[in-house]
Design a protein around this ligand. Structure first.
Ligand SMILES: [Zn+2]
Length: 355
């Protein structure tokens, strides 16, 4: 008997990323040994690896497949692969939550999602891969991107990478310019695949970041989406993001303030500190700058204290995505100190996910 198993968008992205070396040295969905080793030791075999990439099934799907040897994987009616099941195992959600998100894990949004979606996990091998269906318009492989950057800027060069899950605002632009000035080349690689209310839609993130690429000096900025989804894992997810960028051929990686964070779950600089501590194991240089803000004294975005008298007395304005989304939701114009007009003019209520 053969069963067709429909996978979701997140699983489809994990599958494409694993098959294309985005998560190298992890090449395959984790088995139980790897899963536990990553949770407790942040390791896969002997290499550093911060987050398990697993293949989970709901209880309903578990009942369908648990005594089968072979299963066909489908995504949106497209046949992707024939797999042979090696083993099915479980991981206690509480252990997953605690090891990845700490003692407050029960309030973590990805823990809730994890618990809902994963009754058991499958370790399998591929019997057949349907290559023509294993692609997506928003997926760029490391191989394809490296080919492009090699052609435009050569091999022995710096390429600094900027991760975001946002529409770019003025503080992001400050970071872009900082990296172009210092390292000559920038890769803007926004994470798409949002699933939470009040985040931006994939199309909006892609479109607005591409607008900025065109405003920078020719061949100094490149664009590729990071076809995945947020786990809100703070430090460990920031480390995964660094590994991903190394695999895309980047030499430097910008870790932001509260990178991959969620509300007040982590402290402001814990992602930067964790990545700096593990920089050698990550194999990519970590850029850990202070958060840029708008100084109303000199009318500029800065990330160091302004010492001019007029600046000392002036107000520091945080440039925050939350603030901007509030303007959008109320259909109010976004002030130019927060966002470039070329970007804000294409935003409206529909740019934000409502469920
Ligand atoms: Zn100032």
């Amino acid at each position: 008997m053969m069963v067709n198993l429909q996978i979701n968008k997140n699983q489809f992205s994990d599958l494409l990323n694993l098959l294309n070396g985005v998560f190298f040295p992890l090449k395959h969905f984790v088995n139980k040994v790897n899963f536990i080793n990553i949770l407790y030791n942040r390791k896969i075999n002997k290499s550093f690896f911060p987050i398990p990439i697993f293949f989970g099934v709901t209880k309903k799907n578990y009942n369908k497949i648990h005594n089968l040897n072979y299963v066909k994987l489908f995504y949106k009616k497209k046949y992707l692969a024939l797999i042979k099941i090696k083993s099915i195992f479980t991981i206690k959600p509480a252990i997953f939550g605690k090891q990845l998100f700490g003692k407050n894990y029960k309030n973590h949004p990805y823990y809730k999602k994890f618990k809902k979606e994963n009754f058991a996990f499958i370790d399998f091998k591929y019997e057949k891969l349907i290559k023509k269906n294993l692609k997506d318009k928003n997926f760029v492989s490391p191989e394809a991107l490296k080919k492009k950057t090699k052609k435009k800027i050569g091999l022995n060069r710096f390429l600094a990478s900027f991760h975001t899950r946002n529409v770019p605002h003025k503080a992001h632009q400050w970071a872009h310019n900082f990296m172009i000035n210092k390292y000559n080349h920038l890769l803007i690689q926004p994470l798409i695949g949002q699933y939470k209310k009040n985040e931006y839609s994939d199309e909006t993130i892609i479109k607005t970041n591409k607008i900025l690429i065109k405003t920078y000096k020719k061949n100094s900025a490149f664009f590729a989406p990071y076809f995945s989804y947020p786990r809100y894992g703070g430090p460990v997810e920031a480390a995964l993001h660094a590994i991903v960028r190394k695999n895309y051929g980047c030499s430097h990686f910008w870790v932001g303030r509260d990178h991959a964070g969620y509300k007040n779950f982590y402290s402001k600089y814990s992602s930067q500190n964790f990545c700096l501590k593990n920089q050698k194991k990550l194999g990519i240089v970590i850029i850990a700058q202070k958060e840029p803000y708008f100084c109303s004294g000199c009318n500029k975005i800065v990330n160091k204290k302004c010492l001019k008298e007029i600046c000392i007395k002036s107000v520091k304005h945080a440039v925050s995505g939350t603030k901007i989304r509030n303007y959008i939701r109320k259909s109010k114009p976004i002030p130019q100190y927060l966002m470039d007009k070329r970007v804000s003019k294409i935003l409206n209520k529909k740019s934000i996910l409502t469920n």
